[in-house]
Design a protein around this ligand. Structure first.
Ligand code: MET
Ligand SMILES: [Zn+2]
Length: 774
């Protein structure tokens, strides 16, 4: 044995400042464009590989330029072509049987195969997509069964590390951890009843061991293993989760040839999982100190804590003084401390560069991904060299925070007074029986009344007109004419189909939240603030920075015009307070419930104006109600209280004879059924086609007395459901809900559909309704 082998080199320390991950889509959405052109066949796999490599190398260069140490594992390597959970699945070999033929001889899948698993092909459904923790990002749900053959099946993770190393960067690979992977998976089609993916933990663990050895062999000094599942209350018993955490990390820590392990737990506090990780033998633990508190009283000696003090999930400039205090508190618990973002930065846009239209003052309050990296670097410098070394940055931050606090827009006396004047009576309408009688007398709708959820296809013509208007190529009048023509066409179509309650089609709305954000005060919108929603899809959330007011009516003109074209009732269409918050970046300087109530008061005024214009049916959409549900059970009741209250504050000013609808489009209702009842809407439409009305018995057993429209047609695909199919679904629905309480509608809005399938599906929906009514 040589001497080198008996005296190991000291393990490299964790870098003083880092981020948990960086946006992957590219500053100019380069990856989106490269992917979509590959999918259309315009470019080849090699072109996509080349674009992705270029993007990765540019990102490395930029992060080093911003100050992350390029030689010390400070730069995370977290690229993904589509989704990081899908990456874990294909790396572990977890490809569902229906896609088995996509696997090459070595078990890997190429970019075309990878895309097919993500997007489906013909009758082969893609992996299901669902929300990633309490964010707006959607991941693909792996399917695991006893038949899944786990083995290292992709070299991409290691290849990307090597690619960076050859370019001169010692990066830190970021991978989804085994617990998060398995607990987020669902049983495969082949799995027997009652099978749970976590039963495969031993096998998966072995593959993670192989992967860590491969990273070590390639020269990685640190690997980041993301385990956000540890901060969430999930279906599994907590003791089981903790025992599995002890097992996984105890076992990975004892591997002979491995990099040092950094287990990151973003999105909330680890609570009882923290001591388990600390005792497991991993070298570093990442804590989200924005969502979770400093774990006071916990002995953290002997471990590195990567203190997530810069909010990775929102766009506000960090209070650097407070961040330094938190880091010091962690240090006082005995830990070696590094500073970091609280989550990956892929939840925020790339850079403020190019957003100068927001104005210097608002800009000074904000930090997007690049600016957050700079904050981390400042904090790390302050910790290494003392606060004096960054005195200017600290002073600039203090000035910006003070300006935000003092800005009249964040504290408007009239808004505060209006909220203070709200009384409990403002949250309630008279008993449903009273409203029902008034509404029946007014509308006389038949049993199984038919309607749609609001939007009709957003045609190329509509988009072109809006783009031309935004560029000043057509004037307001021409734009207005174009939208009115579209509204008229939608109204005529619905009259021809003989729907009972019509909609105007939402042609004028670019997006159901941004439309309102642009018309309300207290919001601003970015020009390039894109964040990845799923795959190549991005959204551009608005910034809700101030007290919310409604300078003028927002929807009345369009809705009243639509009503003027028909004798049938025209349904007004608003987006609810919770959804407006959920799909924007929201101010963090007051409780969310206060902000929601400000939005609610603006909507309440809008409803009053709609009523005055003769609109008798008004839908307030809350598709995001479920999405903001806190990860920890102990926080859920308070959330449901303020969210339901804000909806009631928005709608309870409606007259008895005004029929209030709401729309929620997801099917996991179980845990929030009380809340849905609590909204007290006269009519609630929900998504139900894909699950074949499965939620209705629970709604019946709950004793739900108002009206409900379970979707009879899955609008997520162009497939046209047959009349028979819809008839069957309606018959199923009637088994649980009396016809008098039942509405007939699609699962959600039609904006992503084309006219051909929309018209055919609506015809079938009407024919099925006639058949069931008869
Ligand atoms: C995501 S829910 C969408 C509701 C909206 N009214 C629409 O029809 O598009
Ligand atoms: Zn919907």
């Amino acid at each position: 044995m040589t001497e080198q082998n008996t005296v190991p080199a000291p393990a490299p320390a964790f870098p003083g400042g880092t981020i948990l991950g960086y946006p992957r889509i590219g500053r100019m959405r380069e990856l989106k464009k490269a992917l979509e052109s590959f999918w259309t066949g315009a470019t080849a796999a090699d072109d996509l590989e080349a674009s992705a490599k270029e993007l990765r190398l540019a990102t490395l260069a930029r992060l080093a330029e911003l100050g992350l140490d390029k030689d010390a594992s400070a730069i995370p390597s977290n690229f993904s072509f589509y989704d990081h959970v899908l990456d874990a699945a294909v790396t572990l070999g977890a490809v569902p049987t229906r896609f088995a033929d996509l696997r090459l001889a070595d078990g890997s899948v190429d970019l075309a195969g990878y895309s097919t698993i993500a997007r489906g092909e013909g009758a082969k459904a893609p992996l299901e997509m669902t929300k990633w923790f309490d964010s707006n990002y959607h991941y693909l749900v792996p399917e695991i069964g006893p038949e899944t053959h786990f083995a290292v099946s992709s070299t991409r993770w290691v290849d990307q590390f090597v690619e960076a190393k050859e370019a001169g960067y010692l990066t830190r690979p970021v991978i989804t951890g085994p617990l998060t992977f398995l607990y987020l998976s669902k049983p495969s089609d082949e799995a027997p009843e009652g099978f749970r993916p976590i039963e495969r933990l031993e096998d998966v663990l072995e593959v993670y061991g192989n992967l860590l050895e491969a990273f070590k062999a390639a020269g990685a000094e640190w690997v980041q293993i993301d385990e956000p599942i540890l901060v969430a209350d999930i279906d599994a018993d907590r003791d089981e989760v903790l025992a599995n955490a002890a097992k996984v990390y105890g076992s990975l820590a004892t591997l002979a040839n491995r990099p040092q392990l950094f287990v990151a737990a973003p999105y909330n506090s680890l609570d009882d999982a923290l001591p388990v990780l600390k005792d497991s033998g991993v070298e570093a633990i990442g804590l989200d100190l924005v969502r979770g508190g400093v774990p006071s009283g916990t002995d953290l000696s002997g471990v590195t804590v990567v203190a997530g003090v810069v909010d990775g999930h929102n766009i506000w400039r960090t209070d650097l003084d407070a961040a330094l205090r938190k880091a010091a508190e962690i240090e006082a618990l005995g830990a070696t401390v590094a500073v970091s973002s609280s989550t990956s930065l892929f939840h925020v846009p790339h850079t403020l560069d190019g957003e100068e239209h927001l104005g210097a003052e608002l800009l000074s309050w904000l930090a997007f991904a690049e600016e957050k990296v700079a904050e981390v670097v400042t904090l790390a410098t302050a910790r290494a060299e003392g606060a004096d070394a960054v005195a200017d940055a600290l002073a600039a931050t203090r000035a910006a925070l003070a300006s935000r606090k003092a800005h009249p827009g964040t504290n408007k006396a009239d808004v505060r007074a209006a909220l203070a004047a709200v009384t409990p009576a403002d949250f309630s309408r008279p008993a449903y029986a009273v409203r029902e009688a008034a509404q029946d007398a007014r509308f006389g709708l038949p049993e199984l009344a038919t309607t749609t959820i609001g939007s009709f296809p957003q045609t190329t013509d509509i988009r072109k007109a809006r783009a031309a208007w935004a560029k000043g190529q057509i004037d307001d009048a021409a734009y207005e004419e174009a939208m009115k023509a579209e509204i008229e066409r939608v109204v005529r179509l619905q009259e021809d189909l003989d729907l009972d309650v019509l909609v105007h089609g939402e042609a004028e709305r670019n997006d159901m939240v941004q439309y309102f954000a642009e018309l309300l005060d207290g919001f601003d919108v970015t020009v390039n603030g894109w964040v990845q929603s799923y795959g190549s899809r991005c959204t551009r959330p608005s910034i809700l920075w101030g007290d919310v007011t409604r300078p003028e009516p927002m929807t009345v003109r369009w809705t009243a015009y639509a009503q003027s074209l028909t004798e049938k009732p025209m349904k007004g269409m608003l987006t609810g307070p919770v959804t407006i918050l959920a799909w924007s970046f929201v101010r963090d300087d007051q409780p969310l419930g206060v902000t929601a109530n400000q939005v609610a008061l603006a909507l309440r005024d809008e409803i009053r104006d709609l009523e005055a214009a003769g609109i008798g049916i008004i839908q307030v959409d809350e598709p995001a109600l479920r999405e903001l549900l806190p990860l920890k059970k102990k926080d859920q009741a308070a959330y449901l209280q303020w969210s339901v209250d804000s909806f009631r504050l928005a709608t309870a000013g409606a007259h008895d004879e005004t029929q209030v609808h709401t729309h929620l489009c997801y099917s996991e209702f179980g845990e929030i059924i009380d809340a849905i009842d609590g909204l007290d809407a006269d009519v609630t439409s929900i998504e139900a086609a894909r699950s074949r009305m499965e939620v209705l018995p629970a709604i019946r057993d709950h004793g739900y007395e108002r009206q409900i429209g379970p979707g009879v047609w899955d609008i997520h695909s162009p497939r046209v459901p047959s009349t028979e199919e819809i008839t069957e679904l309606l018959a199923l629905a009637k088994e649980s809900i009396p016809g008098k309480q039942l509405w007939v509608n699609p699962d959600c809005g039609l904006k992503t559909r084309a006219y051909a399938e929309t018209t055919a599906s609506l015809e079938h929906m009407m024919a099925a309704t006639q058949a069931v009514r008869a």
